[in-house]
Design a protein around this ligand. Structure first.
Ligand SMILES: Cc1ncc(COP(=O)(O)O)c(C=O)c1O
Length: 398
């Protein structure tokens, strides 16, 4: 595909993309190469927690790039030490391994659980994951995912994953056997359409896994770093997982992810885990700038307020247009459309200069920057209101 300004053919065609080429971003807005402005409620799939090109991250990257980029993972660098210490200080975990993507962090979590099983649980290796769950696109993380569309792909899958149902403790209990080493879940299933695990389910799961000597792995790649109103989602339920993965928001837009483990679970030996770019100083500098910002109490307080405002505005919109529930937490919310019209609404929104995501045909997902303003939320609601009004009128005529 070629337009007057660009040829797209040199990129592998891995997904259907609109013919829009973005060239600039600032806060909640993006601009394309024709100068058109877009209000962004996708933010790189919940990645840009401080918005596009936030000054704190831009400055940290620029300064770090001039000082030290990557001395090799075979040596320590000061920035990764600082970031690891800050994550440990703000969480229930004792050690960190830095990765470059969420899938890589989850792959590390799976390896760590298997290592734990080999060392402490008689070779147990199976991990119970959940129907509808999404953990990434490497072979093991696709196998761990419970996404229907992945089922026929890249067979044979990596063995050792059994799927339970979210919020159904009995379905977890039924899968536990002598080979089970861990239970792994997203506290809110994002790709599946923003389906939260209840706090009670998380508490019962923690109790069950502790009682049966199993590790609890929280995939907080989407829910972590303030997205749900606490720095980490597990804090809502008052539980402490054994392993947690972070991605997306941790880098504020740059490729950074992390695998965190308690002292008990952190059992890698030399040679088990590594990677050329892991923990490089440049990405860790961005991560430190993000963590510094997001862990300020006033930052999270205003993200919580923005989340409550967005939720109430979506509820009003839903009532006005006869739509379904608003679900999720903080600034990870979904609106149930009741009908499979999500893709059409997202396409119309794009034409109108509004980026919206429809992870399932009958749902819209909202994941704006955590510092989104009330004005930007109102602008999005007005845009969506106009689209829903037009769609409703078209349905009535048809
Ligand atoms: C919960 C969850 N886990 C893992 C991943 C994979 O992260 P990445 O795309 O950075 O590999 C995602 C990405 O959407 C995610 O939402």
């Amino acid at each position: 595909m070629t337009t007057a300004m660009h040829s797209f053919d040199a990129l592998m065609d891995i997904t259907a993309r609109p013919e829009i080429v973005f060239v600039r971003g600032e806060g909640s807005y993006l601009w394309d190469d024709k100068g058109k402005r877009y209000l962004d409620f996708i933010q790189g799939w919940a990645v840009n927690c401080l918005g596009h090109s936030p000054p704190a991250v831009a400055q940290a990257l620029a300064e770090q790039a001039q000082r030290l980029i990557s001395p090799s993972p075979a040596y320590y660098n000061d920035v990764s030490l600082r970031l690891a210490a800050a994550l440990v200080e703000r969480s229930c975990f004792d050690q960190v391994f830095f990765a470059n993507s969420g899938a890589e962090a989850n792959e590390g979590a799976i390896k760590l659980a298997r290592k734990y099983g080999a060392r402490h649980s008689g070779g147990a290796f199976e991990i119970i994951t959940f129907e509808g769950g999404f953990h990434g696109r490497t072979l093991a993380t696709m196998s761990a995912s419970g996404k229907k569309a992945f089922e026929p792909l890249f067979e044979p899958k990596v063995p050792g994953f059994r799927k339970a149902r979210l919020n159904d403790l009995d379905s977890v209990k039924a899968l536990i056997n002598d080979n089970t080493v861990a239970v792994m879940l997203e506290p809110i299933q994002g790709e599946a359409g923003v389906w939260p695990a209840s706090d009670q389910f998380l508490q019962e799961l923690r109790a069950l896994t502790s009682e049966r000597g199993l590790l609890l792995i929280a995939d907080e790649i989407q829910t972590g770093m303030g997205r749900t109103g606490k720095l980490f989602h597990y804090e809502h339920a008052g539980i402490e997982p054994d392993i947690m993965t972070l991605g997306k928001g941790i880098g504020g837009g740059v490729p950074l992810a992390a695998l965190l483990a308690t002292e008990k679970a952190s059992c890698f030996e030399h040679g088990d885990q590594g990677g050329t770019f892991n923990g490089n100083a440049l990405m860790c500098a961005a991560g430190f700038a993000v963590l510094d910002e997001v862990s300020k109490p006033e930052f999270l307080k205003s993200a919580v307020e923005a989340g409550l405002f967005l939720e109430s505005e979506l509820q009003r919109l839903s009532a006005r247009h006869g739509l379904g529930e608003v679900r999720g937490r903080g600034l990870l919310l979904a609106l149930d459309l009741k009908l499979p019209v999500g893709a059409g609404i997202a396409a119309q929104a794009l034409q109108d200069g509004l980026l919206l995501n429809s992870p399932q045909p009958d749902a819209l997902r909202f994941m704006p920057a955590l510092n989104v303003t009330r004005g930007e939320i109102s602008e999005m609601i007005e845009g969506l209101d106009a689209i829903l009004t037009k769609a409703g009128a078209a349905r009535r005529v048809a």
